[in-house]
Ligand binder design. Structure first.
Ligand SMILES: C[S@@+](CC[C@H](N)C(=O)[O-])C[C@H]1O[C@@H](n2cnc3c(N)ncnc32)[C@H](O)[C@@H]1O
Length: 295
């Protein structure tokens, strides 16, 4: 027999929305009640909870960590693709990597030895397509860089996300043909991934790329000073879900986490307009790049 569909009262919706915003930053206004219903009813059924009130009680009164993870998992959007939007990766290859490598070269000359790696942070990496795309772009660009001695080991990519589930997927670096069809060329697939046997073929990122990327759980809402300083931060297609005060707080944190002369890249539909005036902006074709001014 079909179970009766749980009903979501205004009060419980407000409690759940506040809980979700406190734990992920994702802001759900009253018009998003349908999204809560659509995404949370399967969890209510799976855990045999007494409707939305039972869910509220589990999250807020009992502070059940497993339930919290499940709910946040269900609410946040993990949509991603390899080389998403294409043009930011053109800017990465043609402008940003070139400038970072020139700085790396100048530092090497000053120090008289190899500097520490160029640090790149993908701040909401979902299932990994973005950090792997950055690693592949670097791989393709190095021979064209004109910087002698610069190698893959001179780049370190940190990729973080709120969700353990997507991070596990990202860390494995295993993708289906359908995943790869979204953004990868056949040449890139054979160059950067190993085909794994099986009825439904899957492909894994090769070891040389895997050694460039470290995956770690981090919630942007909770501060990120401990991650250290970066030459480039990509925070694409996540701030869009946050309310302005949190966007402001996170962007100010990014400014502090960038080395002078470092870059910030947001999603194609995102901007810091009305959010932060700390950065210099640099329009490269369709891509807007934010820079922390050099000292
Ligand atoms: C739409 S995906 C974007 C993935 C990738 N950056 C891209 O542009 O293709 C958004 C990701 O942000 C993560 N996310 C949401 N809130 C977060 C938070 N407070 N801290 C860290 N990651 C968060 C989600 O788990 C999700 O994987």
């Amino acid at each position: 027999m079909n179970q009766p569909r749980p009903t979501l009262t205004t009060l419980v919706r407000e409690h759940l929305s506040r809980f979700i915003e406190q734990h992920s930053g994702v802001f759900l206004g009253p018009e998003k009640g349908y999204l809560l219903e659509h995404r949370l009813v399967p969890i209510i059924n799976q855990y045999k909870l007494a409707g939305f009130e039972g869910l509220r009680e589990g999250l807020i009164d009992r502070q059940d960590p497993e339930l919290r993870e499940k709910v946040l998992e269900a609410i946040v959007t993990h949509e991603t693709a390899f080389f998403r939007d294409k043009h930011p990766y053109e800017t990465l290859r043609h402008t940003i990597l070139t400038r970072l490598a020139q700085r790396w070269q100048a530092t090497r000359e000053t120090l008289g030895h190899r500097p520490t790696p160029i640090r790149i942070w993908c701040a909401a990496c979902s299932t990994g397509q973005e950090p792997w795309s950055v690693a592949m772009a670097i791989h393709e660009w190095i021979p064209l860089s004109g910087v002698s001695g610069l190698g893959l080991g001179d780049f370190a990519i940190l990729a973080t996300d709120l969700s353990s589930k997507v991070l596990d997927h990202a860390r494995q670096g295993i993708y289906t043909e359908a995943d790869l069809a979204r953004g990868m060329t056949p040449g890139q697939i054979s160059r950067f991934l190993n085909r794994q046997p099986g009825a439904k073929p899957t492909f894994q990122m090769k070891a040389e790329l895997r050694s460039m990327v470290e995956f770690r759980k981090a919630n942007l809402r909770e501060g990120f000073k401990s991650l250290g300083l970066f030459d480039l931060i990509l925070c694409r297609n996540v701030l869009i879900y946050f309310a302005d005060p949190l966007k402001r707080q996170i962007c100010e944190g990014f400014f502090q986490s960038l080395l002078p002369g470092g870059f910030l890249m947001l999603g194609a539909a995102e901007s810091l307009f009305g959010i932060s005036e700390l950065f210099q902006t640099d329009r490269q074709g369709e891509t807007l790049v934010y820079c922390r001014p050099a000292n």
